[in-house]
Design a binder for this molecule. Structure first.
Ligand SMILES: *[C@@H]1O[C@H](CO)[C@@H](O)[C@H](O)[C@H]1NC(C)=O
Ligand SMILES: *[C@@H]1O[C@H](CO)[C@@H](O)[C@H](O)[C@H]1NC(C)=O
Ligand SMILES: *[C@@H]1O[C@H](CO)[C@@H](O)[C@H](O)[C@H]1NC(C)=O
Ligand SMILES: *[C@@H]1O[C@H](CO)[C@@H](O)[C@H](O)[C@H]1NC(C)=O
Ligand SMILES: *[C@@H]1O[C@H](CO)[C@@H](O)[C@H](O)[C@H]1NC(C)=O
Ligand SMILES: *[C@@H]1O[C@H](CO)[C@@H](O)[C@H](O)[C@H]1NC(C)=O
Ligand SMILES: *[C@@H]1O[C@H](CO)[C@@H](O)[C@H](O)[C@H]1NC(C)=O
Ligand SMILES: *[C@@H]1O[C@H](CO)[C@@H](O)[C@H](O)[C@H]1NC(C)=O
Ligand SMILES: *[C@@H]1O[C@H](CO)[C@@H](O)[C@H](O)[C@H]1NC(C)=O
Ligand SMILES: *[C@@H]1O[C@H](CO)[C@@H](O)[C@H](O)[C@H]1NC(C)=O
Ligand SMILES: *[C@@H]1O[C@H](CO)[C@@H](O)[C@H](O)[C@H]1NC(C)=O
Ligand SMILES: *[C@@H]1O[C@H](CO)[C@@H](O)[C@H](O)[C@H]1NC(C)=O
Length: 694
């Protein structure tokens, strides 16, 4: 019951509305528009007929900002025409005036549209490659579109539609709008193209297909941290066989791969740098763990690969370590295999060779077995065919130039077995050029500053046998060796930090590339030495302080000479700094001063300025004063003496003897005067006598 009532109401309601708006209006206003509504592109032409069924009216016409007509009588059709419709808000109205003076209008619905001038896509607040799992906001900028309510912005990844954006805001005039899309790209999206499209859905009267403008594609790059692909992390091999370790990894940017063998049980330490995804190890002799590290700018991961060596019942004595400097490891074998070694049917003479690149080489392979099906050498150069009925085969090359040659001598035994032995060959080459230079510096050095010397060695092999020796004059400074294994020639550089002192001025540095190829190698070791690098060491001035006390007294009227001497390289310039009002005499580094004051001796060269300040203090000369005082005293004493003498003389003349005076001297009075009191203990005479005539 209820459902029926509801559906009736819902169905009936629009019908009623239609009847009320269309039916009633039509009845009241006898006008018909043809076409009834229009969608016009901005600037296009438009033409609409307004016709009436009323044969009896006062007149009819169009009222509009453009294309309006005057009131026309005796017509049943008036046409509204605009060649170039550019008024965004135009609302043309057709009207009719009936005989009874009533007027009715019909507004013509027109939608003016415009496709955008430009649609562009961009990433908001980001540039460059994206990172997997991070959110980014894409923005689509649409310029100059109308009407906004009919716009649909569609987002695409490649050809796959992602999202539709519409606008509820109503605007008849053109506007600029932006739509955004959040994305969180995955690694599979690397290289994908995003696009946005502005589409105008103008309804059934609008153009079909919808006018659209699509943006240029946005190419995205998605980076992600390295990841290992599934692979075995334990590899079992039999002793002496080759093994290939897999460390495949993916990442964007493609990761760098680095191998390091950290637990070297008999194997030489090996590091391979590059994009290699596998590591091949020839003739594995010992258990080892290899670390494989893959790195890109987003991260670094390491995995361990264990190599387990089974000890086989029978052993081949073909172990040749890549580190020939330790001959003991070359034939290291598990103890259980040793008894078998004795019966091994092949012997090499010499057992290993060290050959200069391009030289000739010859090695005999002999057998103790008298009964075999043939023997021979297998090699990229100098191999032989299978020879029967011999017990020596010789491998000979006139000009050995294959850096990675591995000649193998084999024998076909009667029982079908084919034991073989690999001849260890070390091919070496002295460097084409060894040169020494100062890194990031030219010209003279300054004492106490650090410099880096670089020794460039061009085209040397094998690198693991190279020793770079540094010398200052004839004094050895440092030895550099390389753990990196390379059979082919390479260019390498060694560096040395120096901090020269002033005594190093003019010394010569040299570096020497030496190939230490073990006991089988040439003696003395092949060496190439660089040209010497002479260094010039500048140092700051040092003023000789022993010649310049900090404080010097000077007596008035007696000038003092200050001698300023300094040592330094380049030779420092001496300059005295003082109050210009002072009276001085300057000659070279010598300054003659007359007055008290501060005198600043500065010594300057390219490196620095040093100075010593001398304080000159004035001392009064008291000598003339002392002399004057003494002279005065002498005169006074002399006068006193003369007075006493004259009194004594008078008394004597008068015949009055004083007992006291007689005791003083028993000599006659004349003697006392003449001898100057030589015998008297009276001190004054002694003092005054010489001083009177001073
Ligand atoms: C409008 O009327 C004119 C003449 O009556 C006719 O030629 C034209 O085709 C009509 N236009 C439309 C859109 O009906
Ligand atoms: C239409 O009018 C606009 C502005 O009034 C003008 O720029 C344009 O050239 C015109 N187009 C035509 C086809 O007359
Ligand atoms: C976007 O609109 C189109 C029709 O125009 C439709 O086919 C599509 O499914 C819509 N996409 C989304 C994500 O809504
Ligand atoms: C985007 O990628 C396409 C094809 O992969 C290429 O042709 C175009 O040049 C790229 N555009 C940019 C801006 O890198
Ligand atoms: C990994 O080990 C398994 C079992 O030991 C072996 O079957 C497989 O071939 C190995 N895969 C590789 C790539 O060596
Ligand atoms: C490593 O060994 C595999 C097979 O064991 C071979 O296919 C590959 O070429 C070798 N790679 C190198 C660099 O020697
Ligand atoms: C390597 O390790 C395995 C298991 O730990 C052991 O059985 C084997 O003898 C070892 N091989 C060598 C050469 O040491
Ligand atoms: C190799 O053997 C040949 C003859 O059998 C002999 O002349 C030569 O000296 C031997 N060379 C070496 C390096 O022993
Ligand atoms: C050895 O071979 C190299 C390259 O193949 C050649 O340049 C050189 O001249 C040869 N030397 C001799 C002595 O034949
Ligand atoms: C460098 O090696 C030589 C032997 O080749 C040795 O005599 C010298 O002491 C070493 N010098 C240094 C600094 O290690
Ligand atoms: C400065 O004095 C020293 C020592 O008295 C003397 O040897 C030197 O010649 C003098 N220099 C000059 C330029 O007078
Ligand atoms: C001495 O002279 C030098 C150079 O002009 C100046 O740098 C320094 O400060 C002076 N010393 C004194 C104590 O005036």
């Amino acid at each position: 019951m209820c459902e029926i009532i509801f559906s009736r109401i819902f169905l009936g309601f629009p019908v009623l509305l239609l009847w009320m708006s269309g039916g009633l209006a039509h009845a009241a206003c006898p006008l018909e528009l043809n076409p009834p509504r229009l969608v016009v592109r901005y600037g296009d032409s438009v033409s609409v007929n307004c016709s009436t069924s009323s044969t009896d009216h006062e007149g009819m016409g169009w009222e509009a900002t453009f294309g309006g007509t005057s009131l026309e009588q005796d017509v049943i059709v008036v046409t509204w025409t605009v060649k170039n419709l550019t008024d965004w808000t135009i609302q043309p109205k057709c009207y009719i005036t009936s005989k009874d003076g009533k007027q009715c209008l019909e507004t013509f619905p027109v939608i003016l549209y415009k496709t955008p001038d430009r649609v562009s896509i961009s990433v908001l607040n980001h540039s460059g490659p994206m990172v997997e799992g991070t959110q980014y906001q894409l923005q689509c900028d649409i310029q100059n579109i109308a009407p906004l309510q009919n716009l649909v912005v569609k987002w695409y990844k490649g050809n796959e539609p992602l999202d539709n954006v519409t606008y509820s805001h109503v605007s008849k005039r053109p506007v600029d709008v932006s739509a955004t899309l959040m994305i969180s790209p995955s690694r599979d999206d690397d290289g994908d193209q995003y696009r946005c499209r502005a589409e105008l859905d103008l309804g059934p009267e609008g153009p079909q297909p919808h006018p659209t403008v699509t943006s240029e594609p946005l190419n995205i790059t998605v980076h992600y941290a390295p990841e290992f692909l599934p692979g075995n992390d334990t590899v079992e091999v039999s002793a002496g066989s080759d093994v290939s370790l897999d460390c495949s990894a993916e990442g964007n940017p493609p990761p760098e791969l680095r191998w390091t063998n950290n637990i070297a049980e008999g194997n030489a330490n090996e590091t391979t740098v590059g994009r290699l995804r596998t590591l091949n190890i020839s003739r594995v002799t010992a258990n080892a763990t290899y670390n494989c590290t893959v790195t890109n700018r987003l991260g670094s991961i390491t995995k361990q690969i264990h190599v387990l060596v089974d000890v086989p019942p029978q052993q081949h004595p073909t172990m040749f370590s890549t580190a020939p400097s330790i001959p003991e490891t070359m034939t290291t074998l598990p103890g259980t295999a040793k008894p078998k070694l004795v019966t091994f049917p092949l012997e090499l003479n010499p057992p290993r060779v060290v050959v200069r690149y391009g030289d000739s080489v010859s090695v005999n392979c002999s057998t103790s077995s008298t009964d075999h099906d043939g023997m021979g050498w297998e090699a990229t150069f100098g191999g032989t065919s299978v020879e029967q009925d011999v017990n020596v085969v010789t491998w000979t090359v006139d000009n050995l130039t294959d850096w990675t040659i591995e000649p193998k001598c084999y024998i076909n035994l009667i029982d079908g077995k084919q034991p073989s032995i690999v001849l260890p060959v070390i091919l070496y080459k002295t460097p084409d050029r060894v040169s020494i230079s100062v890194l990031n510096h030219s010209g003279p050095m300054v004492e106490g500053t650090q410099y880096r010397l670089q020794c460039d060695i061009q085209n040397i092999a094998p690198l693991q046998n190279l020793v770079v020796k540094w010398y200052k004059g004839n004094e050895p400074l440092d030895n550099v060796t390389y753990s990196h294994v390379s059979k082919r020639p390479e260019d390498v550089s060694a560096t040395l930090m120096i901090s020269p002192s002033k005594d190093d001025n003019g010394t010569q540095y040299r570096c020497r590339a030496e190939l230490d190829l073990g006991p089988e190698g040439p003696q003395p070791h092949p060496t190439v030495t660089s040209e010497p690098l002479s260094i010039t060491v500048h140092y700051k001035p040092c003023i000789n302080a022993s010649g310049l006390p900090v404080r010097i007294p000077v007596f008035r009227g007696y000038p003092e000479e200050l001698v300023c001497e300094a040592e330094g390289y380049p030779q420092p310039r001496i300059k005295w700094v003082y109050d210009p009002a002072k009276h001085v005499r300057e000659a070279g580094g010598n300054l003659t001063v007359f007055e008290a004051g501060l005198y600043n001796c500065t010594a300057t060269n390219d490196v620095a300025t040093s100075f010593i300040v001398v304080e000159v203090v004035l001392n009064e000369d008291y000598l003339p004063l002392i002399a004057g005082f003494v002279a005065f005293m002498v005169v006074v004493i002399s006068v006193i003496f003369v007075v006493i003498y004259s009194i004594y003389y008078k008394n004597n003349k008068m015949g009055r003897y004083s007992l006291k005076k007689a005791k003083l001297s028993s000599t006659p009075n004349g003697n006392v005067a003449q001898n100057g009191g030589r015998d008297t203990p009276f001190p004054m005479t002694k003092l005054s006598q010489p001083n009177i005539y001073f």
